[in-house]
Write a new protein. Structure first.
Length: 456
């Protein structure tokens, strides 16, 4: 049986949900015969870019759209797998050939931002002087990576994530057709977890539809997906805002002991803060985004709560020496007021030493590395994304998950060293990454010396 997101993929512009700002314009253009030679669809994944591209390719040719059809005049290209200039040159040569059945030969280029610079230049030559029978429909999730020379020669349409009310009604209609017995609160959880993506929401609905032969409730859904209860998330945020470390510890332990992953807790906290972005929560928001990328997410989650609040034990400062008065003060003149002995200097107030954090600087370095890889070696991006990293003093450590990936990273080490400060060195290894160097300081500061048990 096909997945729900495939069964309910739209087959005409009228069936597309949540993108009227696009479908209305395209329908009007087709009706009036005003077809552009190049379209660029941008927006988050799962919002319908590829589906609309296929529908448009069929409708401008007058083809009936079936999911499994295979028209020679509609050619789909995955730019992530065809990044080179030779691929685009081959496309240009084939584009000259007239369509076999339809009026237009349509090229759908998905993830177009993955093309190399030379491939973009080759594509630009075709866009500047396109054959009359050729139409390009390009789609991307990263519009800023598409050269302006391409964007300026295309009709650009921006796809948006579906708003919750639209998605809820869409899922209700599908549940009715599929006879999925689910209450509205549970369906709202599906909508929230789907994040406005039609594909993600339908995939999740497909998953939860098998949870029970009876009614699927919010409680059942939370337990099955390993989601924290709303009241515990609120309790964590309130405790953080009030610097209540005991409650933070107890609530985090309760959530983790119940089998809920640190990454899920962090995501739920981020979503809740974005719903109500109070100033007291914003420092926490900045740290939570790093949890899922870390080799030890449980420790990173704990660190996120304490990095801005916990301080090391006060270190008393020795009092300054007392300044003694002279043994025989001079006799004051009659017109002068006698001088009083200078009092003893008071000791300086006790100071607290705030724990320094190096994790954020390591994250900033790694983000620059990933940007460098995307720009100069996109085929290696998946290898870099699988690696773990940390900053150990002035040594930036990169730990691969296996020897093959370590070898690939070592081959491309210049992509890392080029963004490091001059005084830093680099270590590339396939050994497991040690615990976050901040954790020991945090444990010492809150009075504990035990190492945190990490649930892998």
């Amino acid at each position: 049986m096909k997945a729900l997101y495939r069964r309910y993929r739209p087959r005409s512009l009228d069936e597309v949900v949540g993108q009227p700002q696009i479908t209305d314009i395209l329908s009007h253009s087709i009706k009036n015969g005003k077809i552009s030679h190049a379209y660029l669809f941008i927006g988050p994944r799962g919002t319908g870019k590829t589906s609309v591209a296929r529908i448009l390719a069929h409708e401008i040719n007058g083809f009936k759209y079936e999911l499994e059809d295979d028209y020679l005049d509609i050619i789909e290209i995955d730019a992530a797998s065809n990044t080179g200039v030779d691929n685009i040159r081959d496309l240009r040569e084939r584009a000259i050939i007239a369509p076999t059945k339809g009026k237009y030969k349509v090229y759908i280029i998905d993830e177009v931002h993955m093309l190399s610079k030379s491939a973009f230049n080759a594509l630009l030559k075709t866009l500047e002087e396109p054959p009359e029978h050729v139409i390009f429909i390009m789609a991307t999730t990263d519009a800023h990576k598409v050269p302006v020379t391409i964007t300026s020669r295309s009709q650009v349409f921006t796809f948006k994530l579906a708003d919750p009310s639209t998605m809820l009604e869409h899922l209700k209609n599908i549940c009715k057709k599929e006879k999925i017995d689910i209450d509205e609160e549970a369906l709202k959880i599906v909508v929230k977890r789907g994040g406005g993506s039609f594909r993600d929401s339908l995939s999740l609905l497909d998953q939860v539809s098998t949870l029970s032969d009876g009614k699927i409730t919010a409680k059942l859904l939370n337990e099955s997906l390993g989601l924290p209860q709303d009241e515990l998330i609120e309790k964590l945020l309130t405790a953080y805002a009030g610097a209540d470390t005991n409650t933070v510890n107890q609530t985090l332990r309760e959530l983790l002991d119940s089998g809920i992953k640190a990454e899920i807790i962090a995501t739920e906290l981020i979503d809740r803060i974005l719903e109500k972005p109070e100033p007291a929560y914003l420092p926490l928001l900045d740290k939570l985004t790093d949890v899922s990328r870390n080799a030890h997410p449980n420790a990173k989650l704990l660190l996120a709560f304490y990095r801005d609040q916990v301080v090391a034990a006060p270190r008393p400062i020795a009092p300054a020496p007392v300044i003694k008065a002279a043994a025989k003060p001079a006799t004051p003149r009659p017109t002068e007021t006698p001088k009083q002995p200078e009092p003893a200097a008071q000791p300086e107030p006790t100071k607290t030493v705030v724990i320094a954090a190096t994790g954020s600087s390591a994250d900033e370095i790694w983000q620059k590395v990933l940007e460098n890889v995307r720009e100069n070696a996109p085929m290696e991006l998946s290898n870099f994304e699988k690696a773990h990293y940390c900053l150990n003093g002035t040594t930036f450590e990169v730990h691969a998950t296996n020897a093959f990936i370590r070898k690939r990273l070592d081959t491309k080490r210049s992509l890392i060293t080029s963004v490091l400060p001059e005084s830093y060195t680099i270590l590339i290894s396939d050994q497991p990454l040690a615990a976050d160097p901040d954790i020991a300081n945090i444990m010492e500061a809150i009075g504990g010396g035990e190492e945190i048990e990490i649930d892998e």
